[in-house]
Write a protein that binds this ligand. Structure first.
Ligand code: C2E
Ligand code: MG
Ligand code: MG
Length: 580
């Protein structure tokens, strides 16, 4: 265990922990002994050299040993200055004592003995004393200033609690120690309304009082654990708990901080009854790095807010991150709709002779950082949170506009296939929207196809049939997407007025793994044909899959083998090439 770690372990309340965090790396005190020894050695050598009459011969030139006295004396003075610089007060006192011990020698030598050759040494000693005093006083000023800067760097100005930096430093240090600890993110509920109705000053008083109560608990040691609390943002705090044997004790500790708010807070002659949401996560159980650990605590804290129960505290569980991710994607979808960053790609569909049948339009979304998010990720979220009709409409309108122009330009007879979610299709305004898109874009209805998943045959079958009947009356084709993955019964399928059956990629992936898988796809194709539908296979990647599909009578294919989803300009080039 390092010195820093030992210091952190000993520190049990906020101030001590903060001090342990900000403490500067110091040279161990005992090493001053080496400097003292060198100084004494230097003084002895100075005296010996000074009194020597001997001469050294260098290149036949005489060099009196006495001239070395100055070198040894400077060595001693250098030791004195180093002591003052590196050992602060201790160094200063030691050096003053050492220099002081020379005074009787000088007295005996110069005043009593009349040996004036020591006078230059006396001046050198005096100058060293002056230099030491100047360095010492200057160092003290700098140290004071440094201490203040250090304190400011780790303290929140408003509440006096440790700030975000201090909290993050402590967490990172504890992670390095690799011992169990918990971080609790705390957010005051409805704090914004205090600020809005009573003004910022009153809001600040509430924060100050809350901080005081929590600081007192952390410092009192009454929780039985080692607690550290800091303010990390507006109404957000972070509590770090160490030394709890089990989750029960952790909950007990957090309970103290919850209870601290039970008593009303009076600010500006108004009484406030505030509550807070506490989300806790543990290192290393829930996360083993700083960022993930904080995300876990925030997810747990958000869960408390969402739950809206009387529960104030939640310990992190992995399910909470899924909810967070969904919320994040929801935010991205809303932003993409607002900023118009939803666009489409077109994936070609071919008949078995490689003749272009048309394209399926596939949604793409750019998030706030410009990263493209897969529809497999955002479409299910859009469905869940009721944004799918907006996403569908955007993709539908944009691609129909592009396709309408393309058909006018090339005269091509290809089809545009558009995915429409069941939820969207069942909305009352769907048919009007469809008519509007057709009118606005001029896309011929017989070159338009709507893809619906077979779940439509399970939910509200009758209503769906009416709607689809209307769509068919407009001359639009209907495709059943991802066929085989749902639970549709043959009797429903029989009555369903579709034109195209899309065999899901999962069957194509398996198809050549055995005779029975191949027969399975063959029978889906036969059933489709018996019902009067054309059949297209999705996700064809390999030449042997293509061969098999040809041999079992598939009509069309869509897959990477002949074309990935393309941006508009590439799709346009493909059409121009094929119709040339
Ligand atoms: P889907 O309608 O079944 O579309 C086919 C998906 O399979 C596309 O994925 C396509 O890129 C992918 N794919 C096609 N061929 C291959 C292949 O050979 N190999 C592989 N590995 N994949 C292939 P994408 O674009 O990620 O779309 C995923 C799903 O998102 C779509 O599945 C569809 O259900 C949904 N989706 C896409 N756009 C929209 C939209 O505008 N509205 C609605 N409601 N759903 C959409
Ligand atoms: Mg589709
Ligand atoms: Mg599909």
């Amino acid at each position: 265990m390092s010195k820093d770690e030992r210091a952190l372990k000993r520190a049990s309340n906020i101030e001590k922990t903060l001090k342990a965090l900000t403490v500067q790396r110091e040279i161990p005190k005992f090493t001053i002994i080496f400097l003292v020894l060198i100084y004494i050695g230097g003084s002895i050598l100075t005296a010996m050299a000074g009194g020597s009459q001997d001469v050294l011969m260098i290149n036949d030139k005489p060099l009196p040993i006495a001239t070395f006295a100055g070198v040894f004396s400077s060595l001693g003075n250098m030791c004195v200055i180093l002591m003052v610089v590196y050992y602060k007060k201790l160094g200063f006192i030691t050096s003053m004592i050492l220099l002081g011990t020379q005074i009787p020698g000088f007295y005996m030598n110069v005043i009593r003995g009349g040996n004036y050759t020591s006078i230059p040494g006396l001046f050198a000693g005096l100058l060293t004393i002056i230099a030491s005093i100047i360095i010492f006083l200057n160092n003290r000023q700098i140290e004071k200033y440094q201490k203040r800067v250090n304190e400011q760097a780790v303290t929140d100005r408003l509440t006096g609690l440790p700030n975000r930096f201090a909290v993050s430093e402590l967490i990172k240090k504890l992670i390095k120690q690799n011992r169990k600890f918990a971080v609790v993110t705390i957010n005051i509920n409805n704090f914004r309304s205090i600020n809005e109705t009573m003004g910022m000053d009153t809001g600040n008083l509430v924060l100050i009082e809350t901080s005081k109560r929590w600081r007192d608990i952390a410092n009192s040691g009454e929780t039985g654990t080692i607690d550290f609390i800091g303010r990390v943002g507006g109404d957000e705090f972070s509590l770090i708990v160490r030394g709890y044997p089990s989750p029960n004790e952790l909950m007990r500790t957090i309970g103290f901080y919850v209870a601290a708010l039970e008593e009303k807070i009076t600010a500006d002659d108004c009484d406030f009854y505030i509550t807070a949401s506490f989300g806790s996560a543990e290192f290393p159980t829930d996360a083993d790095n700083y960022d993930s650990l904080i995300s876990c605590t925030v997810a747990a804290m958000n869960e408390v807010k969402r739950a809206k129960s009387s529960e104030h505290v939640m310990l992190f569980t992995p399910e909470m991150l899924k909810v967070e991710h969904t919320l994040e994607i929801e935010r991205e979808i809303r932003a993409a709709l607002e900023n118009d960053t939803i666009f489409f790609n077109l994936q070609p569909q071919y008949d078995m002779t490689h003749k272009l049948r048309g394209f399926e339009t596939l949604a793409r979304m750019k998030n706030s950082e410009g990263r493209i998010i897969s529809p497999a990720e955002f479409i299910p979220v859009a469905e869940k949170v009721g944004l799918i009709d907006k996403v569908d409409s955007t993709v539908f309108r944009k691609s129909a506009e592009f396709f309408g122009d393309l058909i006018k330009k090339t005269g091509s007879d290809i089809t545009l296939s558009v995915n429409v979610s069941v939820r969207h299709l069942m909305k009352n305004g769907f048919l009007d929207e469809l008519r509007d898109i057709i009118k606005q874009t001029g896309i011929p209805t017989n070159q338009l196809e709507i893809e619906i998943t077979e779940s439509i045959m399970i939910d509200s079958y009758e209503k769906a049939l009416n709607c689809i009947g209307e769509v068919k009356n407009m001359g639009i084709k209907i495709a059943i997407d991802d066929f085989g993955t749902g639970y549709s019964s043959l009797s429903y399928l029989y009555k369903f007025p579709a034109d195209l059956l899309k065999v899901d990629k999962s069957f194509i992936d398996q198809m050549n793994s055995g005779e029975s898988s191949k027969r399975y796809v063959a029978s889906i194709i036969s059933i489709g044909h018996i019902m009067g539908f054309d059949v297209i296979s999705e996700g064809v990647e390999e030449p042997d899959q293509l061969e098999t599909l040809r041999s079992i009578g598939c009509d069309y294919i869509q897959g990477f083998i002949w074309g990935r989803p393309l941006p508009q300009d590439e799709a346009e080039r493909l059409v121009e090439m094929k119709s040339a």
